[in-house]
Design a protein around this ligand. Structure first.
Ligand SMILES: NC(=O)C1=CN([C@@H]2O[C@H](COP(=O)(O)OP(=O)(O)OC[C@H]3O[C@@H](n4cnc5c(N)ncnc54)[C@H](OP(=O)(O)O)[C@@H]3O)[C@@H](O)[C@H]2O)[C@@H](O)CC1
Ligand SMILES: Nc1ncnc2c1ncn2[C@@H]1O[C@H](COP(=O)(O)OP(=O)(O)O)[C@@H](O)[C@H]1O
Ligand SMILES: [K+]
Length: 474
């Protein structure tokens, strides 16, 4: 599991760890990890040019000590001070190692190979001052190819929410972070500003509480997957029912079935438009019609009958996935007719979540973590906000973020496949929170596998799911 913590959680853990260490020890660990990451990126130090952008806190201290180490190895290191009060010991170390120090935002005669963003870390307020933006543009102009390495977090993003409320923030190629991931490393749009995130172990782990946000890794998914035993039969493995597709969107029914029919349950039933049923049977001869199910997927590619399909699914005493058109017919909180709670996963994209919350789409896109949490609480259901780092929020406040995907997955019908897949995982016995986060992981991994760095369509994503599961289990 990849764990991400908040600023307050990190500071409390740091205090506990520091109590047993000499002063400055943690910064030395952080700086050494940072310097080694830079050495690996530059493939050495001698003859390489590195510029440090240095703010007034410990984030600047990390950059200065790392710069000292790089200068001792033979790199030409320049520090640009963006503060009146830089970390004193760090500055002295850099000077003693032969590093140069200057102020101001003037462009250098020659661009460096790499810029280290030590402007602010977890203590930073969102946004950057104008002089800082100017210094950044002078040393790493957009499109120049200068590698940007953020220390701990890209300066200017909001660390605990993943928001980027000010347009001015660093866009890093690599972020080197310490002790644990921060929320901004996982949650978009801040996560997109991090580039590749590298974690340096500074001994914080024993002092950290339960994470604020987590991201499943392959081993976690493998441990959660439903799998057959010698005693299994098709009914004991679970049966998923799909009520999706319509005369207008027959393909969505086929794709939801394709996601459900990836072999993770014993049987798939399709209930819906007769013309879609004929095409489903042609494409998936193993799919059957009306009967008992252990979970429903409802709404993908639905028409004006999606409300009736949702009510029919809710009337069954089983968990369900509510997608697309069916989301428009949901009341908050999600309940059966008698008022009983229902184990449910809602799978909106940003526009659909905006409608569920009665806000603008841009608001959801800007504040994905809080929006998903708010919807989960209001609807008393697990909410999966689809996007490049999909957010899975539990009504009790827990959140998982999915990082297995590829931008090639942004393709029509991909969401239908996901809805069917999560329905199958529910039918296989997973709790809604696990079904949603395991489903998102498998779906993203299947897209990555099918894509191999190139284009994919939703049909190929569904077809790749068994291959991904096989890789996980063997
Ligand atoms: N905790 C740990 O486990 C470890 C922490 N470590 C490191 O310490 C970092 C945290 O350091 P920190 O607490 O000194 O805060 P930091 O992020 O440098 O920022 C505060 C300074 O920035 C300023 N400032 C604020 N916003 C600004 C803005 N938008 N634009 C411009 N300036 C702004 C603010 O000054 P102010 O403006 O408030 O006067 C203040 O001077 C952490 O991220 C990691 O790198 C590692 O060494 C070891 C393990
Ligand atoms: N930039 C992106 N990177 C990775 N995955 C993405 C990106 N944009 C969208 N996705 C994924 O693609 C799928 C799109 O689903 P959705 O918007 O419902 O499309 P459709 O309704 O056409 O099926 C979701 O699983 C979403 O998480
Ligand atoms: K930084």
């Amino acid at each position: 599991m990849r764990a991400a913590h908040t600023e307050a959680q990190v500071r409390a853990a740091e205090e506990a760890l520091m109590a047993g260490l000499p002063p400055g020890a943690l910064m030395q660990r952080a700086a050494s990890g940072l310097a080694h990451a830079v050495l690996a990126l530059l493939d050495g130090a001698y003859g390489r040019r590195v510029t440090l952008l240095v703010g007034g806190g410990d984030n600047g201290g990390d950059a200065l000590f790392a710069g000292a180490l790089l200068a001792r190895r033979g790199a030409a290191v320049d520090a640009v001070l963006l503060t009146e009060s830089p970390h004193e010991a760090g500055l002295a170390a850099l000077r003693a190692a032969g590093g140069r120090v200057r102020r101001g935002t003037a462009a250098p005669r020659e661009l460096p190979d790499l810029v280290v963003d030590g402007i602010v870390g977890i203590g930073g307020r969102p946004g950057l001052r104008d002089d800082t933006v100017a210094a950044l543009e002078a040393h790493a102009p957009a499109g120049s190819g200068v590698t940007v390495v953020a220390v701990d977090v890209p300066s200017g993003v909001e660390v605990d929410t993943g928001r980027t409320p000010e347009d001015a923030h660093v866009r890093a190629d690599v972020t080197v972070t310490f002790g644990t991931h921060k929320v901004a490393h996982l949650v978009d749009p801040a996560a997109r500003a991090c580039g590749v995130v590298q974690l340096v172990d500074i001994g914080l782990a024993p002092h950290l509480p339960a994470p604020a946000v987590e991201a499943l890794q392959a081993a976690d998914v493998a441990a959660l997957l439903p799998r057959p035993t010698p005693a299994s039969h098709k009914y004991s493995r679970g049966v998923v029912g799909v009520r999706a597709g319509s005369g207008r969107y027959p393909g969505a029914g086929l794709l939801a079935v394709a996601g459900a029919a990836s072999g993770l349950v014993g049987m798939v039933r399709y209930v819906g438009d007769p013309t879609v049923l004929d095409r489903v049977r042609e494409a998936h001869p193993e799919v059957v019609g009306v009967g008992r199910v252990q979970a429903w997927t409802v709404g993908s590619g639905g028409d004006n009958r999606a409300g009736a399909a949702l009510r029919a699914a809710l009337a069954d005493e089983v968990p369900l996935v509510v997608d697309a058109e069916a989301l428009r017919h949901l009341d908050a909180p999600v309940r059966r007719e008698g008022g009983e709670p229902v184990p449910a996963v809602l799978t909106p994209h940003a526009g659909e979540l905006a409608a569920l919350l009665d806000v603008e789409r841009a608001e959801v896109e800007a504040d994905q973590l809080a929006s998903a949490r708010r919807a989960a609480e209001r609807y008393d259901a697990v909410v999966l906000l689809k996007g490049s780092h999909s957010v899975v929020a539990h009504p009790d406040g827990r959140v998982r973020v999915n990082t297995s995907s590829t931008p090639w997955l942004a393709t029509a019908g991909a969401g239908d496949v996901l809805a069917g897949l999560i329905g199958a995982l529910l039918a296989g016995g997973l709790a809604p929170y696990d079904a949603a986060s395991v489903g998102a992981w498998l779906h993203g991994a299947a897209a990555t596998y099918a894509s191999q760095g190139g284009p994919v369509v939703a049909t190929q994503v569904a077809a790749a799911i068994p291959e991904v599961v096989r890789d996980l289990l063997t």
